[in-house]
Design a protein around this ligand. Structure first.
Ligand code: SF4
Length: 268
């Protein structure tokens, strides 16, 4: 995921997962190429007193991190009357768009997010349940014709292990003040999996492994066959950004526009 000379932007929300990623990405290991790290926090504007912002700033200064912190109204705007769509969809899109712009400004070629194994499992179900497609967030994805790579170094680590590491390292807990965070569709899926796990303790691992055993010959065809005349058969392929190349920031916006038609989808 990380090569010699990379400049890695690490998205830091202030949540424990992102602090774990930031810590691990700087931890000396047996073999480590030479690369630099830039921590980036996009404050979403939920906390009027900026307590979380200040706590994170103190943490980053204390750790000697190079960082960029930005105060925005992305979160509050996404919850306002001006947004008629799901707040999470707009919020995460605008935040990721801004992060990509910062990566460009600061010369970062890799963008690391703290999504772990459980996030990837939940996203698969989210995309099936609400976006009518089988896809998830991938560990390493090229975007904009290879200009950047989105990487997820925690992709194969369970949430339980990530949280255990955070507890052992005594990372500060910063409250997530988003009103949607406890009632989001992601939370619904998480609770659903917890329920299912009571009957089948392997359910998360089985779902995760199933993504590496895809038998396309036992799925419905990728091509939509539309009958447009007597014997005329026209084949069309639906455009998809998932797992493929995203060429520019506008395509992210285009995907947002499609939200109204196909529901929500996690692509980055
Ligand atoms: S839970 Fe809140 S902060 Fe997270 S994506 Fe949704 S609206 Fe944004």
């Amino acid at each position: 995921m990380i090569d010699e000379g990379d400049r890695v932007l690490v998205g830091v929300s202030g949540g424990l997962d992102s602090l774990v990623l930031l810590d691990l990405i700087r931890t000396p290991m047996l073999f480590l190429p030479s690369y630099s790290v830039l921590a980036v926090n996009i404050d979403l504007g939920f906390d009027e007193d900026y307590e979380t912002y200040k706590a994170l700033e103190t943490y980053l200064n204390g750790g000697g991190y190079e960082y960029v912190m930005e105060k925005t109204d992305i979160g509050t705007f996404s919850h306002s009357d001006k947004n008629r769509k799901n707040p999470c969809f707009l919020c995460s899109r605008l935040r990721k768009k801004r992060i990509i712009e910062i990566a460009e400004d600061y010369g970062c070629n890799k963008i690391a997010f703290a999504h772990h194994k459980d996030d990837i499992i939940e996203t698969l179900l989210l995309n099936m349940f609400y976006a009518r497609e089988i896809s998830t967030m991938v560990p390493n994805q090229s975007i904009f014709r290879g200009k950047f790579h989105i990487i997820r170094p925690l992709a194969y680590i369970t949430e339980e292990l990530v949280k255990k590491y955070a507890r052992e390292q005594l990372f500060p807990t910063m409250e997530n003040r988003c009103p949607t965070s406890r009632i989001s569709k992601r939370m619904y899926i998480k609770n659903l999996l917890n329920e299912l796990e009571k009957d089948n303790k392997d359910i998360r691992e089985n779902i995760f492994k199933s993504m590496t055993h895809v038998k396309t010959e036992y799925l419905l065809t990728k091509e939509v066959v539309a009958v447009s005349g007597d014997n005329d058969r026209e084949r069309t392929r639906k455009p998809s950004l998932v797992g493929g190349e995203i060429h520019n920031i506008e395509e992210i916006s285009l995907d947002m526009e499609r939200d109204g038609k196909v529901g929500e989808k996690e692509i980055l």
